[in-house]
Design a protein around this ligand. Structure first.
Ligand SMILES: O=P(O)(O)OC[C@H]1O[C@H](O[C@H]2O[C@H](CO)[C@@H](O)[C@H](O)[C@H]2O)[C@H](O)[C@@H](O)[C@@H]1O
Length: 276
């Protein structure tokens, strides 16, 4: 783990000092789950369930804050079982799915979700023609209910295809009053009303937290990073953790701690437990 400045070390110490009242929000792909070629094959890092279970016992609450549909993240991460194990120990697990549009908790055991944004169905009908015109007819389309994601990772030239697609997809999205979220070889199209920054603020407020940690790896995590930094400027101890990758290097500038992918996140959380 690497601190990005002397202040960053102080932020780490400040959060560790209020760990019992701290909420911990963690992104799924690239942070808790190593990035893989097939989005459906993503699974938690093997060390994650154990460390999250131990962490949940000593912090205010733990949440997975993800761009994935909550149902999918729960299934892929076996979060149902993890949440039940946390409940047995008097702790709670939350999932904020689809950038905070969906809510699930181990106690409630049901997903609260809004309706899909108007415009999404027509967007999806027009999408194949945009992919063809951009020379990327084979891009993988992931239907997410409230959103759609266009993946280029498994194409011959993932970066080239991504770059050819961003602008035409943005134009089509704008025509349907939707927003795009570019990520690691993926362009997501969704409502622009919600982002992970709102989810972090909601989580902090609902839990009346006295500290906040957020870990993420991708552009869709930036608003959450900014929320932690803004809350900190208002006096709440906060720590921004970047699960580093060569695919989203700019995130490091917003982080206090940089770790080496999901294995590094597990190590950081384990270290917090040891040092409390
Ligand atoms: O907010 P997250 O939990 O990070 O989810 C963001 C998107 O992640 C997924 O795509 C990414 O992970 C895939 C599996 O490792 C990888 O193949 C892909 O290239 C990445 O962009 C997911 O498929 C999206 O739906 C999520 O919104």
């Amino acid at each position: 783990m690497e601190f990005t400045s002397d202040d960053a070390r102080a932020h780490y110490d400040a959060v560790r000092d209020v760990l019992r009242g701290t909420v911990v929000g963690l992104d799924f792909d690239g942070t808790l789950s190593p990035v893989v070629d097939d989005p459906e094959a993503a699974r938690l890092h093997p060390g994650a369930p154990g460390v999250l279970l131990e962490l949940a016992e000593v912090v205010r609450a733990v949440a997975v804050i993800t761009g994935r549909p909550a149902r999918q993240a729960i299934a892929m991460g076996d979060l149902d079982a993890l949440g039940n194990a946390m409940l047995d120990r008097g702790a709670e697990l939350f999932v904020f799915g689809q950038y905070g549009n969906e809510r699930w908790s181990a106690t409630e055991q049901r997903i609260r979700s809004p309706r899909p944004p108007s415009g999404l169905a027509t967007f999806e009908r027009e999408l194949p023609s945009v992919l063809r015109k951009a020379g990327a007819p084979d891009a993988f389309i992931e239907e997410k209910g409230l959103a759609v994601a266009v993946h280029t990772r498994r194409m011959d030239d993932p970066t080239g295809a991504f770059e050819r697609l961003v602008d035409p997809i943005r134009s089509l999205a704008e025509r349907h009053h939707l927003a795009i979220e570019p990520g690691r070889n993926v362009i997501e199209i969704r409502s622009g009303d919600m982002h992970k920054g709102h989810a972090v603020r909601t989580f902090v407020a609902e839990q009346e937290a006295s500290g906040v940690i957020f870990g993420g790896d991708d552009l869709g995590d930036i608003e959450a990073f900014e929320a932690v930094r803004a809350l900190r400027a208002d006096g709440l101890p906060g720590l921004v953790v970047c699960s580093a990758s060569h695919e989203a290097p700019d995130l490091v500038e917003l982080a206090d701690v940089v770790v080496d992918g999901p294995a590094g996140v597990v190590e950081l959380l384990g270290g917090l437990l040891l040092q409390r």
